[in-house]
Design a protein around this ligand. Structure first.
Ligand code: HSE
Length: 426
């Protein structure tokens, strides 16, 4: 039977989960996969943590050179996160011809091209299933399951922290700050939550996933990004009255005009398949030209789900001799000639506060008409108040037209404030 040795760089949440899966399933993989996978080395400064997991003292090291040069190590698992020192460690492993399995979306999104170049030089494998959507096998699906298709659309809820926060805001009518604090206490959000709540984490993942889906490099700077920090509870309530649920969506489209990639909060209809993806769960919805619609759902984070994705890559690397790299020219920037759509089309939910006077709505409607924006629904809230909230939903229109119209509406004397603009995806 083939024997394969692995090293785990970092025994944090994901590293520990990965170790446990490999330790507890060793015999199962021998039987089902025909390969004997053993953990030969771990890089961990906290020796006690490693010992507590049952790792032999001789296999624990705080020296990366020692770990990588270990002749028993064939595959290096990087679960440190962030760019450095993870990048140097991964490059060192690839330079020495060892295959790498990583869960590091930031590193992979920003430096995939460099890592791949190093991997190609030594014919090493480079696997990253755990970098996107945790335990949900979206990368393998795109590479090995959907390759018969031209993919037109990839829409997902790919950040668990924000989905947890928005779900609780919706269910309990609570404000963003209150739920964030609770999420931090419960471990669903980091002490510094900005990577999640500002949409960076989802943007890293969308850059990787849309590159794979559309067979061309979609660099991070092409992904439009907006987080959930400005979401107000009353908009979730008004959206609910209109039949919508609010989600942080990652949207990738490949159409005649080019590629469109964006991460932002969006209302979706309550009967949309993604509307029932709640709490910290993730889901990705794909549309292929042959298969039509498919959807994958599961846990996007956590020790065992992410460990599951890592171990599946380890098994793949251990049982495949051929190494697959990107299907496109993998540079830092987009390939010449690839167009990206920035003035995308959507429907819009808009809330503004106006003085309750005759003629205000006519002025607002006049501005929308000037920008060719047609209104589907309009609700005026409150009675006998000086200032009243007005909520409207537009037909599908262009992003830039809406932004320009809102600037003009905000400047009207009778409009107190333009409070919210949320895209509505159908
Ligand atoms: N913070 C991420 C999330 C973890 O909330 O989805 C996985 O990237």
């Amino acid at each position: 039977m083939k024997s394969v040795g692995v090293a785990i760089l970092g025994l944090g949440v994901v590293g520990s989960g990965t170790y446990k899966i490999l330790r507890d399933h060793r015999e199962f993989y021998r039987q089902t996969q025909g390969v004997d996978i053993t953990v030969e080395s771990v890089l961990e400064i906290n020796k006690q943590k490693a010992l507590a997991l049952g790792i032999e003292e001789s296999k624990i090291s705080d020296n990366i050179a020692e770990v990588i040069s270990n002749p028993n190590v064939d595959i290096v698992i990087e679960v440190i996160g962030g760019v450095e020192p993870a990048k140097s460690f991964v490059l060192a492993a690839l330079h020495s011809g060892k295959s790498v399995v990583t869960s590091n979306k930031e590193l992979f999104c920003k430096y995939w091209h460099e890592l791949e170049k190093a991997a190609k030089r030594t014919n090493a494998g480079l696997y990253f299933e755990a970098s996107c959507v945790g335990g949900v096998p979206i990368i393998r699906t795109l590479i090995d399951g959907m390759q018969a298709n031209v993919i037109e659309n990839l829409t997902g809820i790919i950040n668990g922290t924000t989905n947890y926060i928005l779900t609780r805001m919706s269910r309990e009518g609570l404000g963003y700050e209150t739920v964030l604090k609770d999420a931090q206490k419960l471990g669903y959000a980091e002490a510094n939550p900005s990577a999640d709540v500002e949409g960076y984490d989802a943007a890293y993942k969308l850059s990787i996933l849309s590159s794979l889906a559309f067979h061309t490099k979609v660099p991070l700077d092409k992904v439009y990004r907006e987080g959930i920090t400005g979401i107000q509870a009353q908009d979730i309530t008004y959206g609910d009255e209109l039949g919508y649920v609010l989600k942080l969506l990652a949207i990738g489209k490949n159409g005649e005009k080019g590629i469109e990639v964006r991460v932002h909060p969006a209302f979706i209809r309550k009967d949309h398949p993604l509307a029932s993806v709640n709490d910290s769960f993730n889901a990705v919805y794909l549309k292929g030209d042959s298969v039509g619609d498919i959807m994958l759902y599961g846990r996007g984070a956590g020790d065992m789900p992410t460990g599951s994705a890592i171990v599946s890559d380890v098994i793949y690397a251990a049982t495949h001799n051929d190494v697959k790299y990107a299907t496109f020219k993998n540079g830092a920037a987009a390939e010449a000639g690839v167009k990206f759509v920035t003035d995308f089309k959507s429907r819009y939910y808009i809330r503004f506060t106006a003085k309750d006077r005759a003629g205000v709505l006519a002025k607002v409607a006049g501005i929308f008409a000037k920008y060719n924006i047609s209104i589907v629904d309009l609700i005026q809230k409150g009675e006998d108040c000086e200032n009243i909230p007005i909520i409207l939903i537009t037909h599908e229109t262009n992003e830039y037209s809406v932004r320009r119209a809102l600037e003009k509406i905000g400047a009207l004397e009778d409009v107190v404030s333009v409070d919210s603009m949320i895209r509505v995806e159908v």
